[in-house]
Design a binder for this molecule. Sequence first.
Ligand code: FES
Length: 209
Amino acid sequence: MPSAWIEAGFSIAAAQVRGKELVVWRSPDGQVQVWDDRCPHRSVRFSLGQVVGDRLSCAYHGWQFQAGDGRCAGIPAHPQMLPPREACARTWPALEAAGMIWVRLDDADVPPPGDDALPGSWHFCRSLALARPVATLLPSLSRLGWHACAPAAWASPDDHLRAFALEAGLDWCMLHVWTRATAGSAAMQRDHADLRALRTAIETSGQEH
Ligand code: FES
């Protein structure tokens, strides 16, 4: 089940999973909504729009689509008009786990990790965009001493860092990394340096062959 980390307190954001462009937004009841990032009216990106109550309002003509089923619920320029039935956003099942948002794009997606994958006291460190297919990332992590600690979760050799891998596109992926260190601490700065070195090690591994 691919994941995305999005800053706490967000209301709307663009994301990309396996090359698919998505919009992620939170409705007032706290539920995360993940939709195709295209308005069904004229294909403008939903992520340019805004959240209005429990609806996502498109930036172009202002059509409003409701949380949950994604149906068009209002056309401000024609308030008396019944929205066409086919005016419906493509929605995807999503949930939050281990501090991240997980979306199910097909039945082959593995379930998100349980609470044990990320203890509550850990902090988000950073996301790494890596010029590597996700299929080659996991063997690289293994070679560098990382190990699987829970479904979809990887731990650094000293278990100071935990990482979740996301297939963002055919030839690139994201690694979302969490740490035991507190924000702004010297330990967090060391984590950032370690992750820069990790990126180099991953992106150069295999190039010598
Ligand atoms: S393109 Fe979205 S309302 Fe027209």
